[in-house]
Design a protein around this ligand. Structure first.
Ligand code: MN
Length: 238
């Protein structure tokens, strides 16, 4: 199968996203970020199986929406590539996906609590987070989204939300761009920390739906400022 080469600037952006998410503490040796191919909507770009902080341009692989690598050339690929494949299939508005096990989010998934916007920076959580319970669709598993059907079930749980919590595992955040998905992954973690702290103090007044929508719209206009800062912090890529 042939496919046009992606825009080199998009590859650079994906490499940077890997480095930024590590620098911001969202991913460690595990977790991954992808972007939809700019020339073929049915393809996406994702690193080979490796720690995000080490990703270079040469490590980016192209996949189709079945999670099949088109140019891996024998390199190992992520077990959970189906998260990305099935979300791109289900959500034509999504152009970037971040999957992580960022720690502050975990308590919400295991207690069936929704992430809700504590402050303006997390307006994208206005409709709350969705929840994926893997036991609803499979017998006792290793918790990983390691097949197309599991990816499809996760995408269904995500629905129209920006964020889906995966009970006992992690979370997946989507965006219309790499910058937006990275922003949301970073602030989902910050919001989780703050929501736990606020809940411990007393009854929490969350942003209401309209406040959240307005805040999210303004924040989206500020993404270049955040990206420039994050990019500078991680330094040059290779
Ligand atoms: Mn995972």
């Amino acid at each position: 199968m042939t496919t046009s080469a992606p825009d080199p600037a998009l590859v650079d952006k994906l490499v940077l996203a890997n480095r930024i998410l590590h620098h911001q503490g969202i991913v460690d040796s595990f977790g991954h970020v992808s972007v939809r191919h700019d020339k073929t909507a049915g393809h996406f770009l994702l690193a080979r199986n490796m720690a995000p902080s080490l990703v270079r341009r040469a490590d980016i692989v192209t996949f189709d929406l079945n999670g099949t690598a088109l140019d891996a050339a024998g390199r190992r690929v992520y077990l959970e590539r189906f998260i990305h494949a099935e979300i791109y299939r289900a959500r034509t508005d999504v152009n970037s996906v971040v999957h992580s096990h960022s720690p502050s989010v975990i308590p919400f998934g295991v207690t069936q609590q929704s992430l809700r916007p504590v402050f303006h920076m997390s307006g994208f959580l206005g409709e709350g987070s969705a929840l994926f319970e893997i036991r609803d669709v499979a017998e006792d598993t290793d918790m990983l989204i390691s097949s197309g059907p599991l990816g499809e079930a996760l995408a269904a749980a995500l629905g129209s939300h920006s964020t889906v919590l995966m009970r006992g595992h992690g979370s997946t955040v989507v965006g219309a761009s790499v910058e937006q998905a990275v922003y949301r992954a970073i602030y989902a973690e910050v919001n989780a920390r703050l929501q736990i702290q606020a809940t411990a103090l007393g009854e929490v007044t969350f942003l209401n739906a309209r406040e959240a929508a307005k805040a999210a719209a303004v924040n989206d206009t500020q993404l270049p400022r955040a990206w420039e800062y994050w990019q500078r912090a991680v330094g040059p890529i290779e």
